[in-house]
Design a protein around this ligand. Structure first.
Ligand code: GLU
Length: 414
């Protein structure tokens, strides 16, 4: 049986990269587990007057390169192991792009669709009351992730400000623009997916004009990825989300599809499409497959289905280690999560810089800097992959762990 425990998988990734870099075991000893990880219980007064306790987590993996940074997700399947793993991936994601951050992540075990808006606000505020002493612009800076959004970030910042007694816009990124959010942040993860996918196409001689794309996970990341790929001339032929799938061999209009999802909360039933299962979507003969849902989407059970030339990991950890090996052996290029979806945290960094300076940039400035960061990071990994004859994920881990290891060495941790 394949090991689907993401925590053990990331530990194996770290170990392999430390070995490849010839680092002694002391580095792995530090990197194999988060430096601080917390479990909190958040009691929430529900609208019917009863009290319900929700369990949440925050993990800070490594702060050698700067304060911890990473999102908070609201999902029924959140677990401590998952949050720890995601915080480790954040350390390496920030290091790949060269952001002055370590990795953090948080999560609450909750199905937010079952909560009213007021209950959601009380939950968000309660979580921050528990964590208030352990987050901050110089300590750990949360942001949106699965099922969280700018409004939830706004409530969290407000609660933090109330605890401290003054305004701290830099404590959380992904805020609404009116209260210190950055222009371009909401679209940034999808945009980064498209920049790295475009660069991969260029390097592989694939023309994006007329290229076929399938998107698994049509939320914030997947929908913007589809939209921007369409702007570059590609056709989104299939999309899938929790409500079901939509398929049209001639392509769907990504703008109309986004509007359809706004009112119907799923892509299923979009005009002119047939429904499609995830297995059918993975098996499509497309140029690009965007995986933008959750961890362990592609495993040894379904990896053989994939026919795409490029798989872009919009989500964190969507392909298991074993499945990744098989896919790569078939010559399919996987753009690894810690590069592919790093556009979000990159613009989070820009937001934090703007907050600290209290000086705000135009969307053109944000996008131009995002483009430059992502293209440079992609080229560095692509060239390293060719030079060392390793896949892009291995190249990404080599770059990331080297950067973290060098900082740890200078600080005298190892
Ligand atoms: N949740 C996003 C991620 O997984 C963004 C994190 C951030 O902006 O800090 O990369």
């Amino acid at each position: 049986m394949e090991n689907l425990n993401v925590f053990q998988q990331v530990q194996a990734q770290i170990k392999d990269a430390c070995d490849l870099l010839g680092l002694d075991n002391n580095y792995y000893e530090i990197l194999k587990t988060p430096q601080r990880a917390m479990e909190v219980a958040v009691p929430v007064r529900m609208d019917d007057g009863s009290v319900k306790t929700f369990i949440g987590y925050r993990s800070q993996h490594n702060t050698a390169n700067g304060p911890a940074k990473g999102g908070i997700r609201f999902h029924p399947d959140v677990s401590f192991d998952e949050v720890k793993t995601l915080s480790m991936w954040m350390t390496f994601k920030c290091a790949v792009i060269g952001l002055p951050y370590g990795g953090g992540k948080g999560g609450i075990i909750v199905d937010p669709s079952k909560l009213s808006k007021n209950e959601l606000e009380r939950l968000a505020r309660g979580f921050v009351r528990r964590l208030g002493d352990f987050i901050g612009p110089e300590i750990d800076i949360p942001a949106p992730d699965v099922n969280t959004n700018p409004q939830i970030m706004a409530w969290m910042v407000d609660e933090f400000n109330a605890m401290k007694g003054y305004n701290n816009p830099g404590v959380i990124t992904g805020k609404p623009v009116l209260i210190g959010g950055s222009l371009g942040r909401t679209e940034a993860t999808g945009s980064g997916v498209v920049i790295t996918t475009r660069e991969a196409c260029k390097a592989m001689g694939i023309d994006l004009k007329g290229a076929k794309v399938a998107v698994h996970g049509y939320g914030n990341v997947g929908s913007y990825a589809g939209l921007y790929l369409q702007e570059l001339g590609a056709k989104v032929v299939a999309a899938f989300d929790l409500g079901g799938g939509a398929y049209n061999a001639d392509g769907m209009d990504a703008v109309a599809l986004i509007n359809y999802v706004k009112s119907n909360r799923t892509v299923k039933g979009f005009a002119g499409t047939e429904s499609i299962t995830p297995e059918e979507l993975f098996a499509l003969d497309v140029d690009v497959l965007v995986l933008a849902a959750l961890e362990n989407t592609i495993t040894m059970e379904n990896q053989h289905l994939i026919k795409a030339k490029i798989v872009s990991e919009g989500a964190n950890g969507p392909i298991t280690a074993d499945a990744h090996k098989k896919i790569s052996e078939r010559g399919i290029v996987v753009i690894p999560d810690i590069l592919c979806n790093a556009g979000g945290v990159t613009v989070s960094y820009f937001e934090w810089v703007q907050n600290l300076q209290n000086y705000y940039w135009s969307v053109e400035e944000v996008n131009e800097k995002l483009e430059r960061n992502m293209v440079n990071a992609f080229n560095a990994l692509w060239n390293m992959g060719k030079e060392k004859k390793v896949d892009l994920r291995t190249a990404a881990y080599l770059v990331a762990i080297r950067r973290v290891a060098d900082a740890m060495k200078l600080y005298g941790w190892v």
